[in-house]
Design a protein around this ligand. Sequence first.
Ligand SMILES: Nc1nc2c(c(=O)[nH]1)N[C@H]1C(S)=C(S)[C@@H](COP(=O)(O)OP(=O)(O)OC[C@H]3O[C@@H](n4cnc5c(=O)[nH]c(N)nc54)[C@H](O)[C@@H]3O)O[C@H]1N2
Ligand SMILES: Nc1nc2c(c(=O)[nH]1)N[C@H]1C(S)=C(S)[C@@H](COP(=O)(O)OP(=O)(O)OC[C@H]3O[C@@H](n4cnc5c(=O)[nH]c(N)nc54)[C@H](O)[C@@H]3O)O[C@H]1N2
Ligand SMILES: [Mo]
Length: 691
Amino acid sequence: MTTTQVRAACPLDCPDTCALLVTVTDGVATAVKGDPDHPTTAGVLCTKVSRFTERTYHADRLLHPLRRVGKKGEGKFERISWEEALQTIADRLKPIAARDPQAILPYSYCGTMGLVQGESMSSRFFNQLGASLLDRTICASAGATGYRYTVGASIGTDLEQFQNAKLIIIWGGNPIASNLHFWMRAQEAKRNGATLIAIDPYRSLTAEKCHQHVALLPGTDAALALGLMHVLISEDLVDHDYIAQYTIGYPELQQRALEWPPERVAEVCGITATEVVELARLYGRACRSGEGAAIRANYGVQRVHGGGMAVRNIACLPALTGAWRHPAGGMQLSSSGSFPVNRKALQRPDLLKGTPRTINMSTIGDDLLKAASPEFGPQVEAVIVYNSNPLAVAPDSSKVAQGFAREDLFTVVLEHFQTDTVDYADIVLPATTQLEHIDAHSTYGHLYMMANNAAVAPLGEAKANTEIFRLLAQSMGFDDPCFQESDDALAAKAFDNTDARAVHFDWESLKRRGWQKLAMAAAPFAEGGFPTPSGKCEFYSSAMAQAGLDPLPTYIAPHESPASNPALAARFPLAMISPPARNFLNSTFVNVKSLRAAEGEPHLDIHPDDCAARGIAAGDMVRIFNDRGSFVAKARVTDKARKGLVVGLSVWWKKLASDGKNANEVTSQRLTDMGRAPTFYDTLVEVEKVA
Ligand SMILES: Nc1nc2c(c(=O)[nH]1)N[C@H]1C(S)=C(S)[C@@H](COP(=O)(O)OP(=O)(O)OC[C@H]3O[C@@H](n4cnc5c(=O)[nH]c(N)nc54)[C@H](O)[C@@H]3O)O[C@H]1N2
Ligand SMILES: Nc1nc2c(c(=O)[nH]1)N[C@H]1C(S)=C(S)[C@@H](COP(=O)(O)OP(=O)(O)OC[C@H]3O[C@@H](n4cnc5c(=O)[nH]c(N)nc54)[C@H](O)[C@@H]3O)O[C@H]1N2
Ligand SMILES: [Mo]
């Protein structure tokens, strides 16, 4: 018996990107542990990833290529060989490409966050082909855009500083579920006397454990930020020196903020004026006294009509108060912009001839149903899905299902399991998991470059995404030598080591060590240096004016709320949000029995008053519906959801729910103010007891 330990990295779409130690005995991975030496992982893994081997060796793993034999959506397949699968795909794609390659669409997101198994060989393939480009907007593009207009890039407070803060505002995030290693730092800060505040319409696991919880109405964060600015300015809790040196547009901002007295904010946000004033004073005074006052802003604020503006407004606060001066002050939205990822070398955009159209992944429901037209271009005739499960995760799901059910659409899915999306595939290709392939990782929550070594050989006939696209390139007759490059060679190009932050990047040593921190200043904007057009934090943004947006912080109401659309609210009076369940990672892990057992079944958290009005009792099955569709869940009567709000933790596999549906039946394809992102948490519904 030989036992070894392999250094790996967690590939999941989570800010923590943990360093893993995989125990391998006689070629079989038997345990996955968090690396105790890696400073942010600190030897701790979430429940999901400690069950990683249960997922990799799951009896339902796809281990051979498959061809559909039943109707689309039915999920009946027969086994075929790799040769036959590749030949079938090439035979179908070649005539489409000869007519117009834009009729072919790649559909992918972050099933793996790896720079190699994510977008490297796949992008080369689709660039060479001239396929439609995919606008990858489903998660973070609204907030990233709002933050970029204000601060310049997704750069912020280092995760390893938060334990030194005296005040932490957790704004639209539930880190106990979705950012555990940040929560560990926040807990440490709490033990050192820090105050923790949650801003969230729902009393989440995290909000429950904070000192204060501001339960505002969903989609109103931009107004709350304006109210904080109002109090900070009128009570002179701002940092005049920081403002003068490192910001632009203060006089204009001052005028705008004065339009938002606490009473007006309270009305819009559904909270009290006192809550606004007290939060502003707490924050302003902590900054004034030179203590670390940090904001961890997250995705909860972004998934509504004004999501981009909300992030922008919040991002003005640390410059207004000079909180950036302290390493444990400032704000973190995402650390992704700190990494000099060498996208050009990995993805080879130079292979692209011409400018294909771009299709937004968040409106896939409508776009698969569109006929050819001068505005749209050719009808989509083929979709190749990898690292994503659009049937479960994309909004307005019945439209998505209708699109994928088109008999004339040719669909290929690269997957680990027979997901809801696989059920609609013509050809299914089995992909390897993180334990079976190598990769290099950047992250969006900390500052370490990460390496993943393959722990075991591919299971069955599974192949890495890269290898599948290499073989597809060959079948299509693409002869550029870049299609032969190995995964090792790709990983070696992952980071640009001519950039000062990654000068020490060397793939061979990263593979041996597992992780290495970027070279960055502890307080990124202590002395300004914002990567905006002006080099300052932009309270006034000319770029926004040029893009047709309000150049100053403002409030954009939800598409669907009682205040913004009373006629719709008369029929569908409840606001629904569907944030991540702790034991799933988006729709990944829903089919892992032990984790699904921990979540039980799809639930809907609903306030006692809203239940009473509808004759709903705890444990009743309820139907949640609007004009787009409906799904069924078991009612949990609880004041964790404020009155008028219902919460359905997500994202369930449809086929593992009693009615074959999930929360995305009722979410809409309307987009955010910036970044063309979906508005998952901007949804009005009605709820009734199932007869
Ligand atoms: N366990 C687990 N971890 C995950 C994921 C998962 O599915 N499961 N998903 C990963 C991914 S892809 C992402 S993007 C992140 C997302 O993780 P987070 O950034 O934590 O974001 P969300 O879970 O979308 O929402 C977090 C909180 O925002 C609240 N919220 C909803 N609407 C609003 C609003 O209008 N304003 C405010 N202030 N709060 C609101 C919700 O009630 C929820 O408690 O987590 C990652 N980590
Ligand atoms: N209602 C509602 N909907 C949401 C959200 C919400 O909060 N509420 N959250 C949204 C967010 S933030 C996001 S990021 C999206 C996430 O949407 P997706 O990125 O589609 O995430 P997953 O559902 O986890 O699906 C990823 C799939 O990739 C597969 N996969 C993993 N690794 C590999 C690999 O190496 N090769 C191949 N070929 N496949 C692999 C997994 O098996 C899994 O089925 O969902 C969005 N949808
Ligand atoms: Mo996400």
